[in-house]
Design a protein around this ligand. Structure first.
Ligand SMILES: [Zn+2]
Length: 76
């Protein structure tokens, strides 16, 4: 079970860094972008993290803010 953090630096609200699970619909879009030339143009995927705790630790160190998790993290 892998987790990713998506940081969309073009988002106006800057609320966007968010933890996703590998099978999230958003993450699948991210994987698609990874294979294209515009990788990183709108945002970056960070990961994978083997455990949700690793993703949370990284998130808090990197973004120095409250955790922001997609609903997919809590769905099974
Ligand atoms: Zn998600």
């Amino acid at each position: 079970m892998n987790y990713y953090i998506y940081d969309n630096w073009q988002a106006a609200d800057r609320l966007s860094p968010k933890i996703h699970k590998w099978n999230c619909g958003y993450c699948h879009m991210g994987f698609g972008m990874h294979t294209n030339a515009n990788r990183g143009e709108h945002g970056v995927w960070i990961g994978p993290f083997d455990e949700i705790e690793y993703a949370r630790n990284y998130f808090q160190l990197k973004f120095n803010g409250p955790l922001n998790e997609c609903n997919c993290v809590h769905n099974h």
